[in-house]
Design a protein. Structure first.
Length: 330
């Protein structure tokens, strides 16, 4: 397919996505929203609102689940790779190295001789393969499991990395699986989902009691974030609230990009022993977590930084192109 027709077909694919208004904040159940930003995707305007009670930012109206499921099965990787799967794989290998940096110490401390690793959104299998390698180098056995919605990618992953057991297409498939895992990876997945708390609760059920999860998302204070795939935009506080609502604990940390505006936030999450029942989650965290004014201010600071960077880049491009002409000649 040539470039022009490829672009045209992508525009059509996006226009087939349907949207619906959010009735309640997925973190605190408030129905009070304030518009915070928008993004124009080839004529389709994506709008984002902030919850006036807890500061959580979500796409609103949000992409309907049915259309997104279809999209992830068929189109996602083709769109995101822009024709170069190698580029996507390089990015995933970079992220896998970070995951290994952040988790190797925990893996060393694990008592069990066999570490069952599950990655949700396992794509090509690079991350699982690399993590599996590290576990083997620690003298432990490992079993690698993946969940991946995209048919073509999953097939590639399995043929390239034969040791991965593909157990489903969606995190929802976990409902039917009666296995538990020692290490669950959820890297750049949660921002694609509308109901992060529900997803985390389901995944928590599959985590061994001594196990842990690695979760990473873009940081709303350091990542452009508005995008057709990004339904939920996390700040460190809203990520922490989502975890607490799902009865998980862990310290949120940030890394990547600019020191002042780190691009990613991550957390190593554990099950909290003997804490609370389902009924009390959301209300407890809603109060006093995340001040909406602070979210607006910190996002505005990041957008000013982005604008100044664009200006500097623009000026340096102009200088590189024309600057030489105006330099004095000797
Ligand atoms: Zn809220």
């Amino acid at each position: 397919m040539d470039k022009a027709s490829n672009r045209a077909s992508q525009a059509n694919e996006f226009s087939e996505i349907s949207f619906e208004p959010l009735s309640r904040c997925e973190l605190c159940q408030s129905s009070s929203f304030r518009s915070i930003g928008s993004y124009d995707l080839k004529g389709i305007v994506l709008r984002y609102t902030l919850c006036e009670q807890c500061g959580f930012v979500q796409m609103n109206p949000v992409t309907s689940e049915a259309s997104m499921n279809l999209f992830y099965q068929k189109e996602y990787w083709r769109n995101i790779s822009k024709g170069s799967l190698g580029r996507v794989q390089r990015k995933q290998i970079y992220r896998a190295r970070q995951i290994i940096n952040f988790t190797t110490e925990r893996l060393k401390k694990m008592d069990s001789d066999v570490v069952r690793v599950l990655e949700i959104g396992s794509s090509f299998g690079n991350t699982l393969e690399m993590v599996g390698g590290v576990i083997s180098s620690l003298g432990k056995k490992t079993v690698l499991y993946g969940i991946e919605p995209n048919e073509a990618i999953a097939k590639d992953g399995v043929s390239v990395y034969k040791q991965i057991k593909l157990i489903g297409r969606s995190y929802r498939d976990l409902d039917k699986i009666h296995e538990i895992y020692d290490f669950i990876i959820l890297s750049h997945v949660l921002e694609h989902l509308r109901d992060p708390v529900g997803v985390l609760r389901l995944i928590r059920e599959k985590l061994a009691s001594a196990g842990f999860m690695y979760i990473e998302v873009p940081n709303f204070y350091g990542h452009q974030s508005y995008h057709i795939y990004h339904v939920s935009c996390f700040t460190p506080i809203s990520l922490k609230s989502a975890l607490a609502n799902a009865d998980l604990s862990g310290e949120v940390f940030a890394y990547g990009g600019n020191r002042q505006f780190p691009k990613f936030i991550g957390v190593i999450a554990y099950k909290q022993q003997g804490k609370g029942s389902v009924g009390q989650y959301s209300v407890a965290v809603a109060k006093g977590s995340g001040d909406p004014r602070q979210v607006i201010e910190r996002r505005a600071a990041f957008e000013r930084y982005l604008a100044s960077k664009r200006k500097t880049n623009f000026l340096s491009r102009i200088f590189r192109k024309f600057g030489g002409k105006f330099l004095p000649k000797f």
